[in-house]
Design a protein around this ligand. Sequence first.
Ligand code: KG4
Ligand code: ZN
Length: 339
Amino acid sequence: MTITLGLETSCDETGVGLVSDGVLLGQALASSMDEHIRYGGVVPEVAARAHLHSVNSCLREALAEAQLDLTQVDAIAVTSGPGLASSLHVGVAAAKGWSLALGKPLYAVHHVAGHVAADTLEHGPLPDRSIALIVSGGHSSLLKLGDLATDPIIHLGDTLDDAAGEAFDKVARLLGLAYPGGPSVQRAAVDGDPAAIDLPRPLLNSRDERHRYAFSFSGLKSAVARHVQSAQRNGRPIQTADVAASFQQSVVDVLVGKAIAACTDHAIDTLLIVGGVAANAHLREVATERCAAAGITLRIPPLRLCTDNGAMIAAIGDLVVRSGAKPSGLEFSADSSAP
Ligand code: KG4
Ligand code: ZN
């Protein structure tokens, strides 16, 4: 039995997790979100400084929760990308230091593979084949998965412009709602009518085969902006709840529609939805209904494992270590634009 320590610092969350044979032993999370709110987005310099400040206290806290001593750790995994370069460098440097000091192997892992692996902590090993929809502030992708640790992840499609979470953040700003936008839009949408405003479902029924698994959210955001501007020009009040609900419905229709199409096209009956936007209650509800109707098993990690955290990096690290893969050594660098 091996114990793998995972460290995540790709954006504004400092996360440490400890996983052994697919079981989460302990984790700790610190966020610099409060420091970014007044800027309306993550400021890389501020995030990097916060990681430096929190990384060792998160390590201590995760070890305490797991009732472990640092010397009991067998391997270390760290997010090497993608993400904000300055944030990634702090994590990579810390993990290299721990690896060197403890004489334990270090594994550089991919942030997105971590999001997918997070689900295995809750729902157990993945089946041989599955489809993953990864939706966060930086990604909207459809992936075809085999064995997470050993098989290549096959990329089916991506966003052509804004990521789903980015669209939530931008629409929140248009509506004067607080950052991060996803939770604010979700809250505002509770009292709104999702059919109140006729918004596009970008690329949902595109006849162009190249766009079958592609997303595009910037036109949807512009449609919301036009609606808001037209209300302002005509002196009408902006119906924030209706706009939020209609926008959220459009995003959810597109995400769920395309994810189910990917499962059906590839005759795969397991769908994972992961990443920060998977925390969206309406997305979870609609995906649950439509997957049940299509005979697809839906797996969505619990809320605390959807947004960035250290447990997910320990989870992918644990799978990689147990696959017998070679450690990354100390020579690798953070790769902020890792494909
Ligand atoms: O995975 P994540 O924590 O960080 C990245 O790797 O990007 O995702 C953050 C994104 C943000 O854009 C945030 O607005 C969105 O996830 N998000 C949500 C919700 N909670 C977080 N979007 C919609 N509904 C939510 N409840
Ligand atoms: Zn993420």
